[in-house]
Design a protein around this ligand. Structure first.
Ligand code: F6R
Length: 258
């Protein structure tokens, strides 16, 4: 894993945006396939990408995107759906066609069939070139909660109480947060060719330490990223505060930058 410790969230957003820009420009006319997370963690990076689109000609027009997850029961028109979230925080403000931004259908009559269809759609598109991830305080990525199989595929899954409470800030109260989701599995996420995970704040520090320095275990689902050959973790000082080897990661970054 490449560990990048940054002074603040703005600096982290620039590092994440740099990774996107490299992949998007590298794909040229063929267009990149981007894997997009919702939630707070990537929002500043999306804002930076919007700025680069407006001011520096970074174009997403040839690209396509797949969301990580969607709440079961919420449709595209619902204000709290991730379908809406990604448009409001990113894709509506760049030139990617709306029809090229895909998410699981949270209103599908058969959620398991929809999950399988979505997993197959990612593969049919040739897989994901760059996946951005956040991490939950319990170590989840996408909505693979502790106990998820490290090989899991996109599926209908239940949220833990901790995740429901963490996401209640986007709803009137916790009772309105859907109890289940359609989420890419850990096996699905790990098929992305490159991954950049970003986390800020002390409340993510334990999960970040378990992900990077703990055993690979379903107890901390993000630890499965240790098995991926091209993962960058971008964390601020607070999120890095429980890393035993933080000084070594800083030194490695410095050597590679020289
Ligand atoms: C969102 C997602 C989740 C979030 C995680 C962190 O699409 O898949 O794994 O990345 O819950 O959420 P924030 O960034 O709001 O702290």
């Amino acid at each position: 894993m490449e560990i990048v410790i940054v002074p603040d969230a703005e600096a982290g957003a620039r590092v994440v945006a740099d990774r996107f820009e490299r992949v998007v420009r590298g794909a040229g006319e063929q267009g990149a396939t981007l894997g997009l997370a919702t939630g707070s963690s990537p929002v500043l990076a999306y804002a930076e990408l919007i700025r680069r689109h407006r001011e520096e000609g970074l174009s997403f027009a040839a690209g396509r995107a797949f969301l990580l997850d969607e709440y079961v029961g919420l449709g595209p028109a619902d204000a709290q759906s991730y379908h809406r979230f990604i448009r409001e925080h990113f894709t509506a403000d760049v030139d990617i066609p709306d029809a090229a931004v895909l998410s699981p259908d949270g209103t599908a009559a058969d959620p398991s069939a929809e999950a399988a269809r979505y997993d197959a759609a990612i593969a049919a598109a040739g897989g994901i070139d760059l996946q951005v991830l956040g991490i939950g305080t319990n170590g989840h990525i996408a909505f693979n909660e502790p106990g998820s199989s490290l090989s899991s595929r996109t599926r209908h899954a239940a949220l833990t109480r901790a995740t429901i409470e963490a996401n209640a800030r986007f709803f009137a109260d916790a009772s309105e947060v859907p109890r289940t989701v359609l989420t890419q599995g850990l096996g699905t996420v790990r098929e992305a060719r490159r991954i950049v995970l970003t986390a800020t704040g002390e409340r993510k520090a334990a999960a970040v330490a378990a992900m990077i320095e703990g055993a690979v275990s379903a107890r901390w689902p993000a630890s499965c990223l240790q098995l991926h050959p091209a993962v960058t973790v971008v964390v601020d000082e607070a999120a890095a505060s429980r890393l035993e080897l933080a000084e070594d990661y800083r030194a490695a970054q410095q050597v590679l930058a020289d």
